[in-house]
Design a protein. Structure first.
Length: 250
């Protein structure tokens, strides 16, 4: 059996392209668009490039962010906007230099409304706008992270329908996998989330999809493979090998 030579930190200085850090902790959220990262780790693609990828499922984007910044995670399947927010110090955390290694996907997010609204005949943007402006009708919408793409799609879309996203409705943060449960419990009236959770909610009778993110911004960037800038600078061969593995898996 052929073995891939292991390099020491800064091996690239001596002309080696072997990963300086061959075992990497990779964070991800349970979403369809983590597929290429999971396949790279589990189907032999990483090993072909001298890496072992230790998949670390995360319960929330906030938790993933904190572990990425602290170095507990070497890299992660990550919201496009989250990386820039951390880099700029937006969203309640000190600024920390980040890096985007590659894009992972485009499109495939959705805005869903609850069965209760559907029963009231709120099945189009105009009906939603009328209800949002009725006295005493205070709607609550969920997104997955304050500086993430889902908040951006939700706020932009609501505003485009004449609904002020910060004044006319309430906004709460809910992890992706918990959206349908919050709809079912009546805690939220709608949400913006990535697949498979919007389709899952529809399949289980927890509402319907009113708009998709590609209808808001066609071919928009969505998830990226992100890391701290220090990781990319200290382990450039590992970073390149990781990109190669995920590209091959894709």
């Amino acid at each position: 059996m052929n073995t891939v030579p292991r390099a020491t930190p800064l091996a690239w200085v001596n002309g080696s392209d072997a990963p300086e850090k061959p075992s990497l902790n990779i964070g991800y959220m349970a979403l369809t668009d983590c597929a290429s990262v999971v396949v790279a780790a589990t189907q032999g693609f990483a090993q072909q490039h001298g890496l072992t990828l230790n998949l670390k499922r995360q319960g929330s984007w906030a938790g993933l962010r904190d572990k990425l910044v602290s170095g507990e995670l070497d890299a992660a399947h990550c919201l496009y906007g989250l990386v820039y927010a951390v880099h700029l110090g937006i969203g309640g955390v000190p600024a920390s230099e980040m890096a985007v290694l590659m894009g992972l996907n485009q499109n495939a997010q959705a805005i869903n409304l609850s069965p209760a609204l559907q029963r009231k005949g709120v099945t189009n943007p105009e009906a939603l706008a009328r209800l949002a402006h009725q006295h005493g009708a205070r709607l609550t919408f969920a997104q997955t992270f304050p500086t993430g793409t889902h908040a951006m799609w939700l706020y932009y879309w609501l505003a485009s329908q004449g609904i002020h996203p910060l004044r006319d409705v309430d906004s709460v943060v809910v992890p992706p996998a918990q959206m349908a449960a919050h709809i079912q419990a009546g805690r939220i009236d709608g949400f913006c989330v990535g697949e498979p959770w919007a389709a899952d909610a529809v399949a289980t009778g927890q509402g319907f999809t009113l708009a998709t993110s590609q209808s808001i911004w066609p071919d928009h960037p969505e998830k990226v493979l992100a890391c701290a800038r220090a990781f990319a600078e200290q382990y450039p061969n590992s970073a390149r090998a990781l990109i190669k593995a995920v590209l091959a898996a894709s």
